[in-house]
Structure formats: C-alpha cells, structure tokens
Design a protein around this ligand. Structure first.
Ligand code: SF4
Length: 235
C-alpha cells in the first residue's frame, strides 16, 4: 500500500520542480510535515523555498554539541534573513555524559562502533524526538552526493523512523545548487569558502580538494560505504 502510493507520487512529480513538490506536500501534510535542516547548502535552498510557501512550516536542526562556530552563525543569520526561529534539538545530557566517561571525548576516531554510537546519541536519538508526531520529513539529500545515496528517490519510506521521507533536490547536482544559491543570494556556511563541501561536526569534517567527492571530508578515516551518520541509513 505504502509502496504503491510512493511509486505513484514519484511518477506524478517526476518532471516537477522542487518548489512544486514542496507546495503539494506542505499543503497536503500541513501540521504533519517538518524539515530537518543540517544547515548545508541544499538545506538553505529548501529553507528559502519552504518559507516562501508557508512561513509557519516547522524547520528544525540538531546541535550535537560538536558543530562549528560558523554553523551557529548561519543559524542566526538564517533566522534573521527569513524572520523564522529554527528549532534546535540537543542530545540527552545523561547519554552524552555516560558515553564520554566510558569511551572518551573523541571516541569516534577509535572505531566505527564508537563513531556510530556518538552519531546515535548526538544525532539519531534527538532526530527521533524532533520527528515525533510527523507523517513526513523533508531532507536536502541529493543522489550524487555519495556512493551511499545513488538509489535514493524523491519520496521514500523511512523504515528507521517509520514515516515518509521527501528529498525534493534528489536530482540536483552540485553546480545547480551553487548557481541557485548565488542567484537568490541565499546565506550559506562561511566554511564553504574555505574548501569545506559537506559540513557536519567539527572533529569529523575537514576541507577537501576540488577534485574530491563532496563527502570526502566527512569521517575521512573510514571507507566511503560506511559514511552515513545513522540519520539516513537504509535497513
Ligand atoms: S559526526 Fe562525529 S562528533 Fe558528530 S555525532 Fe557523529 S561521531 Fe559524534
């Protein structure tokens, strides 16, 4: 049933612009739809589009406790520019304290298990809290961002969180993203001008060379097939 509906919608909107897709979903699911912004370039485009359609739509982000100062600046700048108040979700204090006492403050460099645990406590669990009560969430994911995202569809069923996931920019490439940002003068993270492509937590993100894959600077010590934080894993 769910898969028939998803296929039908993906066919219906196959040639539609993201703005048309967003208009349909924000209206159809009003009160039951939310946008999880990571404050990345794609997310900033979606914020601009969403606010233009429905300024009361829910937009939230995660503060893991390890994000860059530049990302906090961007949250502030985005709120001012669009006259909104992005909801910020934090991890549970007890879980972070227990993890750090048992495994150390920079546990993620030690093993993939430790890295996934940190992502789970600082990202996945707060995201679940943010998604409570929603039937669908919007993301800025694109198919061409990495090898872990090549099969992504515009509308998908998110088994981990048990709700629909909408990826309006799934077909866009890097050039299209940056052309749109420049054309509309959309605020973006200052780190993008210093060689950072995909920006996450400070200890797990580094600048990349122009020839590298856009996600090469994330968890660079791991192999590419493992590079998801648990927010967008397929199970
Ligand atoms: S990206 Fe790094 S610091 Fe951030 S939650 Fe994941 S492991 Fe922890």
């Amino acid at each position: 049933m769910e898969s028939d509906f998803i296929e039908k919608i993906n066919r219906q909107f196959a040639d539609s612009e993201p703005i048309e897709v967003l208009k349909y979903f924000l209206k159809t699911y009003k009160g039951k739809i939310g946008f999880a912004s990571s404050m990345g370039a794609e997310d900033q485009i979606l914020t601009e589009m969403i606010v233009g359609i429905d300024p009361s739509a829910r937009i939230f982000t995660l503060d893991t406790g390890r994000i860059f100062p530049e990302t906090y600046d961007l949250i502030e700048k985005t709120n001012t520019r669009y006259k909104i108040n992005i909801e910020v979700y934090f991890p549970e204090r007890d879980q972070v304290e227990k993890m750090v006492v048992e495994k150390g403050i920079n546990l993620f460099y030690e093993s993939i298990e430790n890295r996934l645990l940190c992502c789970q406590i600082r990202k996945t669990i707060p995201l679940k809290r943010a998604l409570q009560g929603l039937e669908i969430w919007i993301t800025g994911l694109r198919r061409s961002q990495s090898v872990t995202r090549t099969n992504m569809q515009m509308l998908e069923w998110d088994k981990l969180n048990n709700l629909l996931k909408l990826n309006p920019l799934v077909e866009w490439d890097e050039d299209k993203v940056w052309n749109y940002i420049r054309k509309k003068n959309i605020p973006y993270n200052a780190l993008h001008d210093k060689g950072f492509a995909s920006i996450g937590c400070q200890p797990c993100t580094k600048a990349i060379k122009p020839s590298e894959d856009v996600r090469a600077g994330r968890w660079w010590w791991e192999n590419p097939e493992m590079k998801e934080c648990g927010l967008h894993l397929k199970k």
